[in-house]
Design a protein around this ligand. Structure first.
Ligand code: OFO
Length: 164
């Protein structure tokens, strides 16, 4: 594959790895603050992002490129509230989506239809995850300062199943 595309895919590997560690840090914060349902949700999200990273690593290597295992630092671990946690979730997903779009754009420019096709899975995935983040933020907005509502919200997330 073209060098430009390989570099972009390696950047994407790093972004997925960063999202995975970011969600692990968020799961840990939620657990520490007594929100076990939210913690379960972010532990699952962290696993999912790790899987997205591995899928890319394998693809790059199988296509004759060299996947770079990212070195990650500066993963935020301080959050003011549950709202802050989920707005960070949406921002993180938007960042990933922007980069997915950049790869798709470059694939078309360079006529790399194989990678373009492979990336469609990520396009669909990002659409789902951004919708999920927005839906949750809407729910939190309705809950506002209602502690009972937040308790039930946390309980709901405990059994929430993420689609793969
Ligand atoms: Fe949601 O970041 Fe992966 O694709």
């Amino acid at each position: 594959m073209q060098k430009e595309i390989e570099t972009l895919l390696n950047n994407q590997i790093k972004l997925e790895g960063t999202a995975s560690m970011q969600y692990l840090s968020m799961a840990s914060w939620a657990e520490e603050n007594g929100f076990n349902g939210i913690a379960a949700f972010f532990y699952k999200q962290a696993e999912e992002e790790r899987m997205h990273m591995v899928k890319l690593i394998k693809f790059v290597n199988e296509r004759g490129g060299k996947a770079i295992i990212p070195v990650l630092d500066n993963i935020p671990d301080k959050f003011d509230s549950v709202d802050h946690l989920f707005s960070t979730f949406l921002e993180s997903e938007q960042k990933v989506t922007n980069h997915v779009n950049e790869i798709v754009f470059q694939c078309l420019e360079l006529k790399n239809y194989t990678v373009h096709n492979f990336m469609q899975w990520y396009v669909a995935e990002q659409l789902e995850e951004e919708t999920l983040a927005r839906t949750i933020l809407d729910k939190l907005n309705i809950i506002g300062n209602d502690k009972g509502g937040l308790y039930l919200f946390d309980k709901d997330l405990e059994t929430f199943e993420i689609e793969q």
